[in-house]
Design a protein around this ligand. Structure first.
Ligand code: XIL
Length: 342
């Protein structure tokens, strides 16, 4: 009897200690994928946190800077740019053969405060935007080969968001931003990036209309970033796939640019193990859908962070646990789901 109790106890201890162990660990994401697999990169953590950079380097071959290329960071005063962090990151990526995707030249949420005080007519504003874009793009010409030129410029209903650029330049500011980016680096791949493009929304229609109009006018735009901040259930995988197929059919390359699968809406009384499996299935379905695109239109899938510890969503809710590695950088079932889909 005692023996049986002892064995039982051992089984329980055993099962607990392996509770979060992955079911797969054979290859890294970057080794197995036929397209670049990326992460949003936090340059502070890359410098100072060993587990962070080890995982980032082992698993990913594309980085998107999470903060340091955003306008407020890189252009802190009207006549001063701060390239210190980005220069280091560009060098790091070059040395480690990692693609660096530029993010982002214009974004209403990260415009510098000095912009609010700028006064001038439409022409002055356009000149200001041109200088901002071209100073950054030309500095990294040939090194940063792709850019999110404009981020989140449309509302969900398809109207243009009232950004400071719309107010001062008018609706053509998006087209002009792309024009100036291409002028600074004609070889670069230029993207429009947004959320809610995953479901067949009025926003997706409006964005495609605008970009097609731009192309018809001879202004280069190559790709669309579908941010893919999704939950467990919405939008359904079929809807995501149909949206991606539609974007591809219009001739754009597709970037799942900020993927995370928020677990906040997971069933409340489910075990962590079960929830992790739901997340795994969700990731697998999303990646399988991406695999249906033609190889030349798969720009890549970028996770919005390395581990759950690094996710912007964890600041909102600790239940979100949206990424492929847990807080201790151990592979989660979602990681296996990603690999299995490749
Ligand atoms: C987020 C970062 O993750 C945060 O650290 C930062 O404070 C705010 O921006 N859409 C985008 C990303 O395009 O740049 C945002 O990143 C998340 C939403």
């Amino acid at each position: 009897m005692r023996k049986i109790a002892g064995i039982l106890l051992l089984c329980i201890i055993f099962s607990f200690s392996f509770k979060d162990e992955p079911a797969c660990a054979t290859a890294s994401l970057r080794q197995k994928a036929s397209f670049p697999v990326g992460t949003a990169i936090n340059t502070e953590k890359l410098k100072y946190e060993e587990r962070y950079w080890e995982t980032a380097l082992a698993e990913f071959n594309s980085f998107t800077p999470e903060k340091v290329m955003k306008p407020a960071f890189i252009h802190p005063e009207k006549d001063r740019f701060d390239f210190s962090e980005t220069d280091q990151l560009v060098k790091f990526c070059f040395e480690n053969k990692i693609r660096l995707h530029g993010h982002t030249l214009l974004w209403h949420k990260a415009e510098p405060h000095w912009l609010d005080d700028f006064e001038g007519n439409a022409e002055d504003w356009e000149q200001l935007m041109k200088t901002h874009i071209q100073t950054i793009v030309s500095r990294y010409k040939g090194q940063v080969k792709s850019w999110d030129v404009v981020n989140e410029a449309f509302n969900d209903d398809g109207s243009l968001r009232k950004t400071i650029w719309l107010k001062n330049i008018g609706p053509s500011y998006i087209e002009k931003a792309f024009f100036y980016a291409a002028e600074a680096d004609p070889e670069a791949l230029l993207f429009y990036n947004d959320y809610s493009l995953e479901h067949l929304s009025a926003k997706l229609d409006a964005v495609l209309d605008y970009l097609n109009g731009m192309r018809a006018a001879g202004v280069a735009v190559h790709g669309l970033g579908m941010q893919m901040h999704v939950g467990l259930y919405f939008p359904p995988a079929e809807t995501i796939n149909t949206s991606a197929a539609r974007i591809a059919a219009e001739g754009f390359v597709v970037h799942y640019s900020e993927l995370d699968v928020n677990l906040e809406e997971a069933p409340l009384f489910s075990s962590r193990k079960k929830i992790n499996i739901l997340q795994k299935d969700r990731v697998k379905a999303i990646v399988s859908g991406f695999m249906q695109l033609s190889a030349r239109q798969r720009f890549g899938i970028t996770l919005w962070g390395v581990s759950d510890n690094d996710s912007w969503l964890m600041e909102e809710s600790v239940r979100s646990r949206p990424l492929l590695f847990d807080k201790r950088y151990r592979q989660k079932p979602a990681y296996c789901g990603f690999l299995e889909a490749l």
